[in-house]
Design a protein. Structure first.
Lengths: 279, 380
């Protein structure tokens, strides 16, 4: 059935002629484009006709109450979950629904998970080295040499995330905040076009949060960054555009001020939070 | 500096590898000398029997290194590595059988004794080619390699890991044991292959051949160790460790995890095959007992006792446990399994990193150069 609908789809005639590893095409504006995406788990619609567009170089925050479908949306973009219907495009050339996880990763979509998962037995330097964009087939990996160029790039990223001093320490001994930064650094090593960051400041101290805000705003512009976050203070400090998800679809979109004035948003999200604060 | 070296020669510049190779080569030299230079009555004389026994231990050590490569660094607990060891052994055994020629009990120029006994008229197709040494040596690598390739491809592609993979590997070696026990398979049934005469034209009962086999095993262990160390010290080795600790994360970085697992698993199986091939001419027999699940579990015990994830720990573990086994089964055979079990419990409780962990603990690590303390030290 999917095959038949794809034949009727005039926008993507001959898309098998497009080489998979061709560069991302953002001439027409958006770097990420989700249209009418729906996913159900056992009858529950986690994502319900979701439409979302992210521009090249944008920093976008996505907020929403628990169960709004934020993590499922990330899963769809990275290829972990396949939607029942809808379209997901990266640039105007790459149909992400036809690609698997490693292919999507190598295309330039990096994801930071909620829980930091660094390689604890490896050092900071080695963690970054593994994350580096490189030929990741077996023999090139076996014979790979750490050249001066690679070192320079790793140094650069270690400076950005502020872990230069700890380069030869195993990632297992890092603090929670440092692990989060290392994880962001690992994403940067891949020179991604799009960064998906899931709850970066959960469990961080005030200072660490400030440092993370600086880091993320510094990254936008060079690459597009999508941040999913619960902490409203943090979102207010970095956001230019905010998208509010509710029950699997977009409830509101705009600047933080616009969004927080929207009565529907106040009702489902900010209102609920305000109630909690009162209680 | 390290960056400019090729991946294969990198271990030769490591202190730990040099130390390991130094000790190994010195031990080989000392044993050879004590065997050759001293008369048989001398108290320090090492008899040919002992040389062969040590050669057997070295085969086990190479097998343990192969298991440590997949278990210690890739996190794949294979409880079926005995199967690869036995396949390598059978390939060597088939060559040695063909070398017997017409000197068998029945004197048939082509057919091994057990086939004559079973009244077979001609050689089964898979026995052809084993009269040539190069073919047999190739099979020593290819038979375990191919089995590991097919098995690993199916298992890793379906993302079967952890305890499920351990159980399947155990089933694999058990199934092969049952198959090799059958006479119709054409591998000598439960008697296996034995009564070997010569290897590459050298008499297998001669003292010189035995010493050469011992030395060859030592060299195979050295080469296998360097190869594993080179893999572990390469970027691929770090991908393995990453896979062991966080497989999904590694996949997200763009590494085809299942291919890395397959590659290392096949290399390990081939090393196990080489160990088996060197084992057979020294002990003089290969039978389906080598496929038994217990043996495969014992290999894992050696590695655990020695300390997994260090390679040299696997060697120490294999040598110590097998020496203890020889002593125990000589003195009080019924106590051996209790001793082994007790040893394993003790190490798990008291030395979770095995004997290698104890060595690393005794030798304090060189502290990281900490700039804040250096001036204080200078003034003191």
């Amino acid at each position: 059935m999917n095959f038949l609908t794809s034949l009727a789809d005039r926008d993507r005639v001959f898309d098998f002629l497009v080489p998979v590893d061709s560069p991302v095409d953002v001439r027409h504006g958006p770097i990420l484009y989700l249209e009418d995406v729906t996913v159900s788990f056992d009858g529950f619609r986690a994502i319900d006709r979701l439409n979302l567009t992210i521009d090249d170089g944008e920093l976008r925050c996505i907020i929403g109450p628990n169960g709004a479908g934020k993590t499922t949306m990330m899963d769809i973009i990275t290829g972990k979950t396949r939607p029942d219907t809808g379209q997901v495009w990266f640039g105007s050339r790459h149909n992400l629904l036809t690609m698997n996880e490693p292919a999507i990763a190598s295309l330039g979509i990096g994801r930071k998970f909620q829980k930091p998962t660094t390689f604890e037995a490896l050092t900071v330097f080695e963690n970054l080295e593994l994350a580096m964009a490189a030929d990741k087939r077996i023999l090139p990996t076996l014979t790979a040499r750490t050249t001066g160029e690679i070192r320079a790039r790793i140094e650069e990223v270690m400076t950005t995330i502020g872990l230069v001093e700890l380069r030869h320490r195993p990632a297992g001994i890092l603090s929670h905040g440092q692990k989060q930064w290392l994880e962001i650094g690992m994403l940067l090593m891949q020179r991604p076009r799009l960064l998906l960051v899931d709850e970066p400041v959960a469990g961080m101290t005030e200072q660490e949060m400030e440092r993370t805000a600086e880091l993320l705003t510094g990254l936008a512009g060079q690459q597009s960054v999508v941040v999913v976050e619960h902490d409203m203070g943090f979102v207010r400090s970095i956001a230019r555009t905010v998208t509010v998800l509710h029950q699997g679809s977009v409830l509101a979109e705009g600047s933080m001020n616009q969004v927080s004035m929207d009565p529907r948003v106040v009702e489902v999200y900010l209102g609920a939070e305000a109630d909690e604060e009162v209680a | 500096m390290l960056a400019s070296r090729s991946w294969l020669s990198r271990p030769l510049h490591e202190r730990s590898t040099r130390l390991f190779l130094g000790v190994l080569i010195a031990a080989l030299a000392v044993v050879s000398l004590l065997n050759l230079a001293l008369p048989a009555g001398h108290p320090l004389h090492v008899s040919t029997y002992t040389v062969t026994l040590l050669g057997k231990y070295l085969c086990y050590a190479l097998l343990a290194v192969a298991v440590d490569l997949v278990w210690g660094y890739l996190g794949i607990l294979s409880l079926g590595h005995g199967a690869f060891f036995a396949l390598g052994g059978y390939a060597m055994g088939m060559y040695l059988m063909r070398q017997i020629g017409d000197r068998g009990v029945y004197g048939d120029p082509v057919l091994p004794d057990f086939m004559v006994f079973l009244d077979w008229q001609s050689l089964p197709w898979y026995w052809h080619g084993f009269d040539m040494a190069w073919f047999a040596l190739l099979t020593v690598l290819l038979a375990p390699g191919l089995l590991a390739l097919v098995f690993g491809f199916l298992a890793f592609r379906s993302r079967v890991t952890g305890v499920y993979l351990s159980i399947i590997t155990q089933a694999l070696t058990f199934a092969l044991m049952l198959a090799f026990f059958r006479n119709e398979m054409g591998f000598g049934g439960n008697n296996g292959l034995t009564d070997f005469k010569e290897l590459l034209g050298f008499d297998l009962t001669a003292d010189a051949t035995r010493l050469w086999l011992f030395l060859a095993t030592g060299m195979a262990l050295a080469l296998g160790y360097v190869l594993c160390r080179a893999i572990v010290a390469s970027k691929l080795g770090r991908v393995c460790v990453a896979t062991r600790d966080a497989e999904a994360r590694t996949r997200f970085l763009g590494y085809r995890v299942e291919r890395f697992q397959l590659f290392v698993f096949v290399v390990s199986a081939m090393l196990a095959g080489v160990a088996g091939a060197l084992y057979v001419p020294q002990v003089g027999i290969i039978n389906p007992g080598e496929f038994s699940p217990i043996f495969s579990i014992e290999i894992v015990l050696w590695v655990a006792l020695g300390g997994r994830g260090t390679l040299y720990g696997a060697v120490i573990g294999a040598l110590l446990v097998n020496y203890a086994k020889t002593v125990f089964t000589g003195v009080m055979p019924e106590a051996w399994l209790f001793a082994l079990g007790g040893l394993f419990v003790l190490v798990t409780v008291l030395l979770p990193k095995g004997i290698a962990g104890l060595l690393a603990y005794r030798r304090p690590r060189r502290a990281d150069p900490d700039p804040s303390t250096t001036p204080g030290e200078a003034s003191a």
